[in-house]
Structure formats: C-alpha cells, structure tokens
Design a protein around this ligand. Structure first.
Ligand code: MUC
Ligand code: MG
Length: 383
C-alpha cells in the first residue's frame, strides 16, 4: 500500500509581534519580530503550520518578511498545489525548480508540510526525521539590552528561575574597546555561575578579532560566534587555529548551504556550526548540514532566528534527532516576544528546553492570536 497526501492549498501571512525589550545586535536594534506564518492544507483535511522569521527585516541576510511572503505566495505555493505531500524530498526539488535560493521561504513551507503529514500519520515530526536522541537541550538566553546593569539583572533573574545559565552577548555595534569593557563586567558579575558566548554578527575584520577576542576569552567567554564577515573564511580559520583552547569558534552566517558546510569542514575553519532551520532551507536540509558537521569533527549548536513557538518547535524536533557533539541550544524566541501564537509553549525546566512530543510539531496554534498580530489587520509598515 502506498500513502499519498495531495496538497490542497498553502497560504502565508506576515505577523508583527513586539519584543519584551529592544534587542540590540551589531547591525541595529529590533523592537518587534515579523514572522511569516504558513498554513498548508492537505486534501485529507489535515492542516500544518510553518514559520520563517528574519531579524531586522533584511538586515541579517538577504531575505525579508516581504520577500518570503512574495516567494511563497507567488512561486512556492503554486508549485506545490496538487502535488503529493508524502513525497517530501520531491516537493523540495520542485520548490528548487520554481525558485532559486530563498531558503527561509522554503523552510516555512517544508515545516508546514511536515506538520500536516505527521499529523495525518499521528506521529511527531521527529519521527519522520529518523527518531529522537534527546528529550531536552540546555537553553541559552541572549543578553542584548545594551546596558550592563540591565543585562546583569536579566541574567540573575533567569539563573534564579532555573531557566538559563548559558548567556549570549550580542556585540559589534559599539567600539571593540566598549564591547570588551561590557563583556568583562558581565563576566565578572556572573563568574562561576554561567557560561558566556559572544556573537559579533560579522561586525569585525580579522585584525580586530585577533586583537579583541583573546582578552574576552581571558575574561571568561567560551564560545565565539561569527566574529568576522560571512565571506571571511580565511580569518575564521586563522582564529580557529590560534585562539586559546578554552574557547571554541562557531560559524553562523558563514554556514547556510551544505556547500558552505563542506567548505568550512574542508578548511577546518570553525569548531561548531550554529544550525538554523531557516537559513538551511528546512528541517531535512538542517540534517544534511549536521551530517557534514559530524563527519568533519565539528560540533553543532541549536540556533534561532527568534521564531515564535511554531518555528522554535520545528527546530526542536530536528535538533532532537541529531547525534554528534552538541553545544546546547538557544530556542528562546518565544520568551523574547510579548505573546505567542500557540496555546501552550514548550516547557523549560532545570535550565533546559523540554523537546515536544505531540503529533506534528507538538504545539497547537491559536487562530485568534494569528488574527491579533496579523500585519494586514494591524496596518503596520515593514521595518
Ligand atoms: C544570531 O545571529 O544568532 C539569535 C539569537 C539572538 O539573540 O540573535 C539571533 C541571531
Ligand atoms: Mg548568530
């Protein structure tokens, strides 16, 4: 017997959800997230949801909520209408024919398809991806208010709540001297109680990184994320080879496609890949990038684009299936938003995210919340 799940219809809408505080990165501050939410219906009546979130419109990379919405509505949805949704890889190949690149847009559609197919089969999405190896993953929080006192108070609260003891600091917007002072103060304030990462979001050149990373590592930072430009693999490789061994170098913007992963692996240009479902173009392709990491003795980190609970749950499903050496995850997007679009979030207990288990993505969307934050209904403009 063969199983077939013809695709009936795919829709997309942009939401605008304020953040609980300004989130400051090297390229600017964000006050709201604008995820694109996809809903896909199968002819059997099952429906699934997917999401693609960017950070700061098209500031993090080329895709923006508007370009994602356009690609889905005008190219990807028509390409998949009437196709057999059970043939997930064939659907991905069709999307690749219809639309070059646009990984974020494709990831949202694939997510909705996996959710709908898994619900039809009454299994969790992780079951379609090979089964799970983790029930929980230690969960990081990003301190990005821009203010030392506020960052320290935020960290203290999360430590006291038993929610987070891994903190990521976003740097690169100010002078490296000011960043070093900020990071050192936070490291002193949290000494012995927390693990620290810095994410430079591509802001530095190789010389700045060579000069300012050693004192940050000396201060207590143990994971360095994307210190140099996405294209600057030679500098990334040199830092990986020469920085003190108490810290690891992690690629984020530099590792999107499996081909990027192959280049970084071949050149041994980093110790860790930050995996993100959106930039890899979906859950199945996240597994491809993770496989290259594992084969090249590179560890993985469960990254985020600050998604709601839909995208965060999808990421949690694929991270749950991965072997190899992991360096925790940062699926805290829902907690950075003033409210969510699901009835119940994934629980956080004992400093770890508890990975979902229900059918599909394991979270239930609240349609009233989708309407509440819908950009078309709120009349907001793009960021
Ligand atoms: C990034 O570049 O990692 C993830 C967490 C966070 O605070 O910002 C993002 C983007
Ligand atoms: Mg990053």
């Amino acid at each position: 017997m063969t199983t077939s799940f013809p695709i009936e219809r795919i829709t997309a809408r942009i939401l605008d959800i304020p953040t609980i505080r300004p989130h400051k990165l090297s390229f600017g501050a964000i006050n709201r997230q604008s995820p694109v939410i996809v809903q896909l219906w199968l002819r059997n009546g099952a429906t699934g949801f997917g999401e693609a979130a960017t950070i700061g419109g098209p500031s993090w990379n080329e895709e923006s909520p508007e370009s994602i919405h356009h690609a889905i509505t005008n190219h990807l949805a028509p390409a998949l209408a009437g196709q057999d949704g059970a043939r997930i890889e064939a659907c991905l190949a069709r999307m690749d024919l219809a639309c070059r690149g646009n990984a974020f847009a494709k990831s949202a559609v694939e997510m909705a398809l996996l959710d709908a197919v898994a619900r039809s089969l009454q299994v969790p999405v992780w079951q379609l991806l090979g089964g799970k190896q983790h029930d929980s993953l230690p969960l990081a929080w990003t301190l990005a208010s821009g203010d030392v006192e506020r960052d320290l108070a935020e960290a203290q609260l999360r430590l006291d709540q038993g929610r987070h003891r891994i903190f990521k600091l976003k740097i690169g917007a100010r002078t490296p001297e000011a960043d070093l002072a900020h990071v050192s103060q936070i490291a002193r304030g949290l000494q012995g109680r927390a693990t620290l990462t810095v994410d430079v979001n591509q802001a530095w050149d190789g010389a700045t990184a060579r000069r300012f990373l050693p004192p940050m590592i000396e201060a207590g930072v143990s994971l360095i994320e994307q210190p140099v430009a996405q294209w600057n693999v030679p500098a990334l490789r040199e830092l990986t080879a020469t920085l003190p061994s108490t810290a690891l170098v992690m690629a984020d913007e530099s590792v999107c496609t499996p081909h990027d992963a192959m280049r970084l692996a071949r050149e041994q240009a980093c110790h860790v890949f930050s995996l993100k479902v959106a930039k890899h173009g979906g859950l199945l392709r996240t597994r491809q990038v993770a496989a290259i990491a594992q084969a090249a003795d590179i560890g993985w980190y469960g990254g985020t684009m600050l998604e709601t609970s839909i995208g965060s749950a999808a990421s949690a499903h694929v991270f749950a299936t991965l072997g190899g050496r992991h360096h925790n995850c940062e699926l805290f997007g829902p907690q950075l938003l003033v409210d969510d679009i699901v009835t119940e979030r994934m629980p956080i207990a004992d400093f770890a995210l508890q990975l979902p288990d229900g059918p599909g993505l394991g979270v239930e969307v609240d349609p009233a919340q989708l309407d509440r934050f819908d950009r078309a209904r709120q009349g907001l403009q793009p960021t």
